[in-house]
Design a protein around this ligand. Sequence first.
Ligand SMILES: Nc1ncnc2c1ncn2[C@@H]1O[C@H](COP(=O)(O)OP(=O)(O)OP(=O)(O)O)[C@@H](O)[C@H]1O
Length: 252
Amino acid sequence: MSLLKVEHIAKSFGGVKAINDVSFELPKGQLLALLGPNGAGKSTCFNMLNGQLRPDSGSIKLEGVELVGKHPRQIWRAGVGRTFQISATFGSLTVLENLQMVLLSRYKKLNRWWKPVTHYFQEEAMVLLDQVGMADQADRACSVLAYGDVKRVELAMALAHEPTLLLMDEPTAGMAPRERNQLIALVKKMVVDRNLSVLFTEHSMDVVFEHADRMMVFARGELIADGDSDMIRNDARVREVYFGSGKSFEAA
Ligand SMILES: Nc1ncnc2c1ncn2[C@@H]1O[C@H](COP(=O)(O)OP(=O)(O)OP(=O)(O)O)[C@@H](O)[C@H]1O
């Protein structure tokens, strides 16, 4: 059984069909990229998956459990994590403290702050930081980190909730090509090591073709292609959407 099963979801805003009868599945342990030009419906899809938007119709099941109609918090508790384009770290806290805050929230101990945050979950936080290559920067304030390192911390924070499905909205936005590659390579490692499923949006085709197991392309609210890199590269509709011609990604 697939981890995630999306069937015939649709969402309109006024007369605009932002998502029009989209269905797809995501198995465990897969890195799936969601591609498409501006306005294709990617954010709308993400917002329906994590409960911020309710589909007009259709079904979204996680391990057989219907998510449509649930509150974002319930969906998050069910195992759907999300990272955002805008940084979610507290700049004045250290890297370690940011992780400890998340772990306090996860174990519902935020109301028990009679000791400083530094007393809680230090070991668990360090294990997570080690996994994303940030253990050596644990005592630095997040505000002084390089942008790529902040993204690593955010990944560790998302993993602290032990999601089964992680939604990543343009995780590499604003990064240099080398950093982009490194971050998605790290995400891919997490997918393999943890049998995690990740759905992410990304504008760099190089990064996607290099690391994603599979990719879906949206255009004007419809899923127009779903497959591996060879299939997507050679798909006539995809080339039309991206280049308005038969030009290939390599030639672009
Ligand atoms: N809250 C809203 N109200 C009205 N229209 C909306 C709303 N959200 C999205 N839309 C419209 O729905 C369509 C899909 O938008 P969406 O943001 O999902 O696309 P996207 O693929 O994420 O684009 P981008 O890559 O630019 O973020 C667009 O035509 C957009 O203008």
